[in-house]
Write a protein that binds this ligand. Structure first.
Ligand code: AMP
Length: 583
């Protein structure tokens, strides 16, 4: 069977995928599979494609072409040194590189490909893409839309009709599309966006901030210094990427300039909040496009079954938040947003070859992990508002941090509680761990940074850091993922919900709720005895012990009612141990 490859020919980056034994994989070449869409001409007239060409862009911009996709379908001539090329020819160099990469891996000659294009591409732009393929020695058996490819990557094995919103924010372009998938057939219902908006604009916002800082701090202007500006741009992008997983980062650039005999060193802290303020307007504009795409598809947000994230910039947490607020559910990004379109192209290539495929393999967390803070639950003040750090469906390994604040001046301690679940009230979730963190004397609103690190084996590492002093505590929760099956999770939630509402209905605080004789009567005497002893001691127990005791009492009742005598015995022993230690 003749092999067919799938190619995402992107504005900033390109990738190639192929179906191996029923699974679509990105083909790598000593890298992560991402080939920067940069073409350059070297000293000896040799053509360079990829990261190396990207580096050339800084030194020899006149010998380098970036973002050729923007010119596809036009007659524009693109210059590299003395030579001039059509956009198709430049794109062909990128395609050739990907073709060779695939041939090396598959060990066969490849002459056919599926290539993706934006949904808004005109006929002329599509035709230019075909021509680029032909120049590179590839028959383009099919051109598919990028949102179609992304939807295939997620939904190709789902038999149900799905309405998917594909939010695609890359380095230089933004698209949003509404896609319908029915019996494996994908239809783009609407597509809109802004092909001049992306991560590069966000980098420039940070660069502006740095330029202003250098002017005020050192009275030093860098605007007319391209080499310094290039360094700032690189540092800004690095900081932006960092801020997707940590709440603060420090931009350090030593020897960034010279004033008289004095070397200037840049060191500036940037918070995620500051960055979010810088890009808030741009992100709000993308949400307007989401509204327009929904309107064009004549759909209400509630009709959307799934949101798919495509493009590196969708890793900015504020975007997920905004989409969740608008559509009402969490976006999916478990298939790498940089690779999702290429994977879909690879799947389509597999289809063209008549192959079955079993979808994509990704390791994700099925549960959300977070902590509790003082805030609001259902509009009411609450001391147990749940804040998620690692959300369900996040690809593993996952690393997230967020910042929290102390409540009062000279607060001596903070009680860090770690929960698994989704409910807005942390008490309705599963408590995984509880750690006391001693603080140094400081005014209220001092920052505490909480880091979560969840690995492929389900081990959750926690670190809480007092920002001012760097003092920290660490903890490890083994089996954070596997300790609850779906069924167990829902049972535990039901139980906790039940307890909670019971406590509220009777308007008796839980700690004072004592079981009546009638409740205990039907239990075997050895169980009734220990439960009544435990309940008599609830009021004097510490908060932790009290929760644990209430849980164990419920566990015993539950096990007895289901005749799980062995479990009942284990729970009884645990309860007995607590009572023993309480004296
Ligand atoms: P793409 O065109 O899809 O390859 O996306 C490239 C853009 O994604 C660049 O502007 C990157 O700086 C940006 N990007 C990549 N990773 C992240 C991240 N973790 N957070 C924010 N932006 C990112």
């Amino acid at each position: 069977m003749e092999p067919i490859i799938g190619i995402d020919l992107g504005t900033t980056n390109s990738e190639v995928a192929f179906i191996f034994d029923g699974t679509t994989e990105i083909i790598t070449d000593n890298d992560n599979g991402i080939l920067p869409s940069c073409v350059s001409i070297g000293e000896n007239g040799d053509i360079i494609v990829g990261a190396e060409a990207g580096n050339q862009a800084l030194i020899n911009p006149e010998k380098t072409v970036l973002s050729v996709k923007r010119f596809m379908g036009t007659d524009q001539k693109l210059k590299m040194g003395e030579l001039s090329f059509s956009p198709q020819e430049i794109s062909a160099f990128i395609l050739k590189e990907l073709k060779e990469r695939a041939e090396k891996k598959i060990n066969r000659t490849i002459s056919k490909a599926v290539i993706t294009v934006p949904a808004y591409f005109t006929d002329a732009q599509r035709q230019a893409t075909r021509e680029a393929g032909e120049i590179a020695g590839l028959e383009v058996v099919r051109i598919i839309n990028e949102p179609t490819a992304a939807s295939l990557a997620y939904e190709s094995t789902n038999p149900e009709t799905q309405r998917v919103l594909v939010y695609d924010l890359g380095g230089g372009t933004f698209d949003v599309s509404i896609v319908k998938i029915e019996a494996g057939v994908v239809e783009v219902l609407s597509s809109t966006g802004d092909n001049q908006l992306g991560g590069d604009d966000f980098d420039l916002k940070i660069v502006d901030h740095l330029v202003k800082h250098m002017e005020t701090e050192f009275n030093y202007s860098v605007k007319d210094k391209p080499a310094v500006m290039a360094r700032l741009k690189r540092a800004a992008e690095g900081a932006k990427i960092q801020l997707s997983s940590v709440p603060y980062t420090t931009i350090e650039e030593d020897h960034i300039g010279k004033k008289g005999f004095k070397d200037l060193h840049l060191s500036l802290e940037l918070s995620r909040t500051e960055f979010e303020e810088m890009v808030e307007e741009d992100l709000a504009r993308t949400m307007e496009s989401v509204n327009k795409a929904l309107k064009d598809a004549a759909m209400l947000p509630s009709a959307i079954n799934k949101i798919i994230m495509v493009g590196g910039s969708t890793r900015i947490p504020r975007i997920s938040q905004m989409l969740e607020e608008k559509i009402g559910h969490l976006p999916h990004s478990e298939i790498d947003p940089d690779l999702c379109v290429a994977i879909g192209a690879g799947m389509q290539a597999g289809r063209e070859m008549g192959l079955e495929h079993s979808g994509v393999l990704v390791d994700i967390t099925p549960y959300t992990f977070g902590t509790s803070v003082v805030g609001e639950v259902d509009g009411e003040p609450s001391g147990t508002m749940f804040v998620a750090l690692i959300r369900r469906n996040t690809k593993l390994p996952a690393r997230k941090s967020d910042v929290f604040y102390t409540m009062c001046d000279n607060q001596e301690v903070v009680d860090v509680k770690i929960y698994q679940g989704e409910a807005p009230d942390a008490l309705d979730n599963i408590l995984l761990g509880n750690y006391m963190f001693n603080l140094t004397r400081a005014p209220s609103n001092s920052e505490i940074i909480l880091h979560f690190d969840l690995d492929l084996n389900g081990i959750l590492k926690i670190k809480a850091v007092e920002k001012k002093t760097g003092n920290n505590i660490k903890a490890v929760i083994e089996n954070a993922i596997s300790r609850f099956s779906d069924e167990e999770l829902s049972q535990t939630q039901d139980r906790i919900n039940g307890l909670w509402t019971e406590g509220r209905e009777s308007e008796t605080p839980l700690k004072e709720k004592v079981q009546t004789e009638a409740d205990i009567k039907e239990l075997p005497s050895e169980y009734a005895g220990i439960i009544s002893r435990a309940e008599a001691k609830l009021a004097q127990a510490s908060e932790d012990d009290r929760d644990e005791m209430i849980n164990l009492i419920e566990d015993i009742r539950d096990a007895l009612s289901k005749n799980r005598m062995e479990d009942a015995e284990t729970f009884k022993k645990e309860l007995d141990d607590i009572l023993f230690y309480m004296g």
